[in-house]
Ligand binder design. Structure first.
Ligand SMILES: *[C@@H]1O[C@H](CO)[C@@H](O)[C@H](O)[C@H]1NC(C)=O
Ligand SMILES: *[C@@H]1O[C@H](CO)[C@@H](O)[C@H](O)[C@H]1NC(C)=O
Ligand SMILES: *[C@@H]1O[C@H](CO)[C@@H](O)[C@H](O)[C@H]1NC(C)=O
Ligand SMILES: *[C@@H]1O[C@H](CO)[C@@H](O)[C@H](O)[C@H]1NC(C)=O
Ligand SMILES: *[C@@H]1O[C@H](CO)[C@@H](O)[C@H](O)[C@H]1NC(C)=O
Ligand SMILES: *[C@@H]1O[C@H](CO)[C@@H](O)[C@H](O)[C@H]1NC(C)=O
Ligand SMILES: *[C@@H]1O[C@H](CO)[C@@H](O)[C@H](O)[C@H]1NC(C)=O
Ligand SMILES: *[C@@H]1O[C@H](CO)[C@@H](O)[C@H](O)[C@H]1NC(C)=O
Ligand SMILES: *[C@@H]1O[C@H](CO)[C@@H](O)[C@H](O)[C@H]1NC(C)=O
Length: 808
């Protein structure tokens, strides 16, 4: 067994100093953040402001060459902004950004998924160029994302620009191109081309200093916070870089993280070089079996996957994290890059000129293709004994690896191999070290030197950070508990504030009351406060999480939720025209327009199709009725209240439905009696059919209401069916209806009658319903006559709302 003995840690004293300006983060002169395809400005999870694309910057004809679309699903961990909107390019498309001269970060955000209008971003290949540099070629966002085991990806480039930055998307043959977000950020002058803290770039291959000319562009291949957590864009030192952890590294090094580290940034290593979060954490070797010299037989090793055939700039960040290493010749080590000695003697304090000064060094290395097209660039740190240092150890705080363009201005590598890469972690490949080194049993012994208080503080900090790491791991494993959706959790007091103490009631339903309100930014919302739900908190949160994963134009959007004690609330988008029944009673004339009705009916069908087939797990609504169909300002229907049936007392929900006059007509017979078949998604098809028939029969509203709510009079669809048989077509409104409108109305009747077949297996599934609604009337067979005699007096079976679903 290997025992790691940590050096004694001490808290760093607060130290400030360094030159003027060294302590100020960078403030970018150029900053663009486009949420491509969006029609409104949005704030992302980190509070950054994304704007709609500035039309003045689009050189291509916006409407001919591109369109915008919404992603159909929001996978866990994918932020809504900018990923849920995309601009899709049919042909070459150029954005032209006016910028100041110098190098700019260009970050392209991609979420390869299914989008509205049938756009499938998964199967796209395209190229991206900027001012003569090829950034991406035959690029597949999907393959790239899968290889990195994420759902979305940010590609970062650093490009020299004089005045305009022309960013061009070029779809490959018979493909489209797309992008979700574009970010342009300036940086300090020649930040990545002038060299490290000493303005030098060490040439690993030949030990001759190397210079990067003013016409070279880069791609960021890796940026890691060694031994630490992810540092998000807003925690960077002004350039919005993301620093990822190096967790996948399995070499067993010791992680040290210092709370409240005060770092003495200097003129040579000013504060914008890397944020404190990067310098405050590190990885070092520790001491094995109390024998420090054993480190001389080991390396601290990382493997970074790169593209072969390119030159790389490797920037290493160092900072002596502990006060125990506080002078020169205490921790000295050699740096190897690509198995070649890159720097023989690295003494952080000697180089930085002070025990609390950070320092960064740049290396240049060429990676050939002798080990395949996507080889690993290996980084080794090895203790150097020959100077007689106090400790045989090495340390590293941060790494950046940038690819330099080839002589023809190309930066694009090939797509990762989809099969091979599934076995590989994105960049740091775990234990490939000598045998015995990857033992998972680490015994950490602290040798007490110095103040015990200091030591105790450190143990606590260490334990905290280990607990955090454990928790992080657990969260990764248990994806059900993961609740990483861009949903806001509100307190009950906040709900109260939003709804002005629940003063404006929009409606009452089986599951609770809906109140109108407005958020602090003025956005209007609808807040549903659930009646005492017997669902556990975890069920509620899981259900809200799964509801929030839906994203479809015909599904109402969730904005947030409240879960506090027994209080459960859901915050939805507010829709101007209210529910279908409210709208119908207010707008008699509009609701008699066949084209309008057809548009609404088709939208509802699409929404239900999405719930049944478009989500990760099928969502059955169980409560389709006009009260649960909301209409926005353009009369686009949105299905609401799905998922709630599961959360509320089953028996109660049915009883409460029966209480509501007329509602019974929408409930499928199998919900009342097992005699008709099993409860399934086909129950929604039935409700949909009744809804459509009622919409088209709305002319005789009084008659419909009478028949639907009064079981003794003739069954409502009966007379519609008779009319269809006799060719009377009394459901056609007015004299001015055109022939096409007549056909549309008849089609709706036929589809509706198919949907309300008493036997669930005779009803078409929702995807077929959409096809039937979209197709021609002639293609439809006349349905069998639906007849059944249901009575409101039937006692609902308690098991009727079970999750049982009929297999297709
Ligand atoms: C911070 O670094 C500067 C430059 O090396 C040095 O002059 C100064 O003494 C350092 N301050 C402290 C407190 O170490
Ligand atoms: C975003 O915009 C709002 C209002 O325009 C502003 O108050 C806020 O400071 C901005 N946030 C950032 C990070 O720029
Ligand atoms: C864009 O499309 C319109 C109509 O289809 C056409 O009149 C126009 O010439 C097109 N513009 C370009 C730049 O192709
Ligand atoms: C960008 O495009 C504009 C318009 O086509 C052109 O005038 C300008 O020279 C281009 N700039 C660069 C750097 O290519
Ligand atoms: C940048 O623009 C200036 C004038 O606008 C021009 O004199 C200079 O040659 C340009 N530099 C490059 C590298 O294109
Ligand atoms: C690169 O540009 C800088 C100014 O940003 C200038 O000082 C330097 O001389 C240029 N180097 C070359 C090789 O052109
Ligand atoms: C340490 O790394 C160097 C360079 O990659 C390598 O030559 C050497 O064998 C490694 N030593 C150990 C013990 O792994
Ligand atoms: C990058 O491309 C530019 C323009 O094509 C070229 O001048 C420069 O030399 C290239 N850089 C390298 C390192 O090859
Ligand atoms: C584009 O990439 C795909 C996937 O890596 C590959 O199969 C295909 O051959 C490439 N096409 C071209 C033209 O390079």
């Amino acid at each position: 067994m290997i025992c790691y003995v940590l050096f004694v840690f001490s808290i760093l004293c607060s130290v400030t100093g360094g030159g003027e300006g060294a302590t100020v983060a960078y403030n970018p002169t150029d900053l663009f953040l486009f949420n491509c395809g969006s029609t409104s400005d949005n704030v992302d999870d980190n509070g950054r402001n994304w704007t709609v694309e500035n039309r003045k910057f689009m050189l291509s004809n916006l409407d001919n060459a591109s369109f915008s679309s919404d992603a159909l699903y929001q996978k866990t961990g994918v932020p809504q902004v900018p990923y849920m909107k995309a601009r899709i390019f049919r042909s070459d498309f150029t954005y032209s950004f006016p910028v100041s001269p110098g190098w700019k970060f260009i970050r392209l955000y991609f979420y390869p998924n299914q989008y509205n209008f049938g756009f499938d971003a998964v199967n796209t290949f395209f190229s991206v160029t900027v001012n003569g540099f090829t950034l991406l070629q035959n690029f597949s966002a999907d393959i790239t994302v899968k290889a990195s085991k994420t759902e979305s990806i940010i590609k970062e480039f650093i490009v020299p620009v004089n005045q305009t930055l022309n960013l061009t998307f070029k779809p490959s043959l018979s493909s489209l191109a797309f992008v979700n977000g574009i970010e342009i950020v300036s940086m300090p002058d020649r930040f990545y081309s002038k060299g490290g803290f000493d303005d030098k770039i060490i040439n690993v291959d030949s030990f001759v200093d190397f210079e990067i000319d003013n016409s070279t562009a880069f791609e960021t291949v890796h940026r890691r916070n060694i031994g630490g957590q992810m540092v998000s864009d807003v925690r960077d030192s002004g350039m919005f870089r993301q620093w990822l952890p190096d967790d996948d590294f399995g070499n067993g090094g010791v992680v040290v993280s210092v709370l409240n580290a005060k770092i003495n940034y200097t003129d040579k290593t000013p504060v914008y070089v890397a944020p404190e979060d990067v310098y405050a954490t590190s990885r070092s070797m520790g001491v094995i079996n109390k024998d420090p010299s054993l480190n001389l037989q080991r390396n601290l090793t990382w493997y970074f996957t790169v593209d072969a055939g390119y030159t790389y700039l490797v920037r290493l960040h160092f900072f002596e994290t502990t006060l125990d290493v506080n002078g020169i010749n205490q921790r000295v080590f050699s740096i190897f890059i690509g198995k070649q000695e890159a720097k023989r003697e690295m003494d952080v304090i000697r180089l930085s000129g002070g025990s609390q000064n950070p320092v960064y060094i740049d290396f240049r290395v060429f990676v050939g293709s002798e080990n395949g097209m996507r080889p690993d660039l290996r980084l080794d740190l090895h203790p150097l004994a020959e100077t007689g240092p106090l400790f045989y150890d090495a340390i590293l705080n941060g790494v950046e690896i940038l690819k330099l363009n080839s002589s023809d201005g190309n930066l694009a590598g090939t797509n990762p191999d989809p099969i091979l890469s599934s076995d590989l972690t994105p960049s740091l490949i775990s234990p490939r070290v000598g045998k015995g080194n990857n033992s998972h049993i680490l015994v950490i012994i602290l040798i007490p030197v110095g103040s015990t208080i200091v030591l105790a503080t450190f143990i606590v900090a260490l334990m905290l950070s280990m607990r955090q790491m454990k928790r992080k791991k657990k969260r990764k494993e248990n994806s059900i508990v993961t609740f990483k959706v861009p949903l806001k959790q509100y307190t009950y007091a906040e709900l109260k504030k939003i709804t002005k103490s629940f003063s404006y009631t929009l409606g009452k339903g089986g599951f609770g009351t809906v109140y109108g309100g407005s958020l602090s930014d003025g956005r209007k919302v609808a807040v549903k406060v659930l009646k005492d739900s017997n669902a556990s908190g975890q069920d509620f949160i899981n259900e809200v999480a799964s509801m929030s994963q839906t994203s479809h134009v015909n599904i109402v959007s969730l904005l947030g939720f409240c879960y506090e004690g027994s209080k459960r609330g859901i915050v939805y988008e507010f829709l101007e025209n209210g529910s279908l029944d409210q709208f119908a009673s207010r707008n008699k004339s509009l609701i008699q327009d066949v084209t309008t009705l057809y548009g609404i009916a088709l939208g509802i069908a699409r929404g239900l199709e999405y719930l049944h087939y478009g989500c990760k797990t099928r969502i059955v609504h169980f409560d389709i009725k006009p009260q649960n169909i909301l209409l926005d300002g353009n009369l686009c229907p949105k299905v609401s209240d799905f998922g709630l049936a599961k959360l509320c007392e089953k028996r109660e929900s049915i009883v409460s439905l029966i209480d509501t006059r007329g509602t019974i007509g929408y409930i499928a017979p199998e919900l009342f009696s097992r005699m008709y078949g099993r409860v399934s998604h086909k129950s929604d098809v039935y409700s949909y059919g009744m809804l459509v028939l009622q919409m088209i029969g709305a002319k005789d509203k009084e008659l419909v209401e009478a028949t639907v709510s009064n079981a003794s009079s003739s069954y409502f669809p009966d007379w519609i069916y008779k009319n269809l048989e006799n060719g009377e077509e009394t459901w056609i409104f007015g004299d001015e209806v055109t022939k096409a409108e007549k056909a549309t109305a008849k089609k709706m009747v036929v589809v509706g009658l198919w949907c309300i077949q008493p036997c669930p297996s005779n009803r078409p599934p929702m995807n077929r319903v959409v096809e039937m609604m979209e197709g021609s009337l002639d293609a439809l067979e006349v349905p069998p006559k639906p007849s059944m005699y249901i009575s409101t007096r039937l006692i609902p079976e308690t098991s009727s709302l079970s999750d049982s679903e009929e297999a297709e």
